[in-house]
Design a protein. Sequence first.
Length: 209
Amino acid sequence: MDDLSSLDKRENNNNYNNGTNNANGDRDKKVRKNRKPRKNLWAMQIFFLTFILSMSFSILSELLLSNSNVYIAFALLFVLLAIGIVFDVVAVAVTSCNLEPFLAMAAKKIKGAKTAVRLIKNAEKVNNICSDVIGDICGIVTGALGASIVLKIFISGGGYDAAIVSILFSSILAALTVGGKAIGKKIAITNDKEIVFFVARVITFFSKK
């Protein structure tokens, strides 16, 4: 009788464990199914955001350059270069920043702390937008602007060789971009908390407006 009762207990335990495992398996499948649409939705959102921003930047640069001189083109080029570097700094700062100080600040209801927490919790998306979307768009548009500036210099005359000017200009532009981002990354890692908090305060200010 004792053996039979112990066998029954083991069978009940096995059935319970199997039921639990099946329930956990079903739950995991549902979680995986829910994650895929979210990833696809984010990819589609990034696609359309990149398309709209890229078109806007390109149209704006064309309008500004259509009836302008080389000096305005240079100014616009450096503005876009600075935007790309600044957003790269924000991307690195959010990715490397620690969450705990902002949780403590949010508990004390310090202005901007909750926004900072959201930024850090969504660091992957913030990095994607700042570094990949904004940064890459600025890089593409600055390249197009550089070609336009070289063309304007060549058309203006002065005996410049177009190939040499193009090589020198693209090399300088690449060096400025990479060097600026290298300096920006060091600043971002060293001052990640201050940068994230500043960005969060700016977002909070404009969201309330």
